[in-house]
Design a protein around this ligand. Structure first.
Ligand code: HEM
Length: 210
């Protein structure tokens, strides 16, 4: 299990660097969709390099698979809120990553779409699909911060107050970030309507919510 844990930590560093930049990219939407697109265009110069992207996608697979193995192998020994919160947030992230990355790759290869912000926002703006996509994205962003907070709490020592703060602070930051990103992409904080080409991925009858 030690090797599994080491692999999981190694993958975490790789994936976290991308994820934090990725979330900063989505926060750029607060300055308008043009700002989001410009940010992504620049970031892609790095993460769309074949070597970097292969490393990132391998990191995602490593992270999700080692996490799931740790989740199952420690099931009976796991005790206390911190261990279960870490396991639960990690399990959600593994499921989210599987769906999210497959959708992005399918959008690029099968639908021939540029998987930019419009690709993600289409689901958030198409009624009734937003009933799925709003909690799906909010929980994913929250899970990133909570999962990292749990890792910090384990290093904070056994004092309950220190542990609670190590999880509580990232949880609050994650809540603010997730609401801002999702509200911006829904067009609730900035004027933004997803182009028709992207709305069509949800069928002609998918409407923007009034
Ligand atoms: C509101 C939240 C999120 C939105 C709207 C979103 C949207 C997107 C979009 C549009 C892409 C395609 C990027 C491109 O084509 O260059 C993408 C890729 C990706 N996202 Fe997210 N994402 C969100 C959260 C997350 C989180 C929380 C994670 C990780 C835990 C994550 C991991 C990834 C990964 C690994 C890729 C693949 C990068 C690549 O190789 O192209 N995303 N996301």
């Amino acid at each position: 299990m030690k090797t599994e844990r080491r692999l999981h930590r190694f993958g975490a560093v790789l994936v976290s660097i991308f994820v934090l930049a990725h979330l900063a990219n989505h926060l750029a939407a607060l300055g308008g969709i043009a700002a989001h697109l410009r940010f992504m265009e620049t970031a892609r110069l790095v993460y769309r390099q074949p070597v970097v992207e292969s490393l990132l996608l391998s990191g995602v697979v490593l992270q999700a698979s080692s996490g799931l193995r740790l989740l199952v192998s420690g099931w009976k020994r796991r005790q206390g809120w911190l261990a279960w919160l870490q396991a639960g947030s990690g399990a959600y992230l593994a499921l989210f990553l599987l769906i999210h990355v497959s959708a992005v790759l399918a959008g690029r290869t099968l639908l021939g779409l540029d998987t930019n912000v419009h690709f993600a926002a289409a689901g958030l703006q198409a009624w009734p699909y937003s009933l799925f996509f709003v909690p799906y994205y909010v929980l994913a962003v929250l899970a990133v911060f909570v999962h990292l907070g749990c890792a910090l709490a384990r290093r904070a020592g056994p004092a309950p107050r220190k542990r609670a703060a190590a999880v509580g602070v990232p949880l609050c930051v994650g809540a603010v970030v997730s609401v801002l990103v999702v509200a911006a992409l829904m067009g609730r904080l900035i004027p933004y309507a997803v182009p028709q080409e992207y709305r069509n991925t949800f069928g002609a009858q998918a409407d923007l919510r009034p």
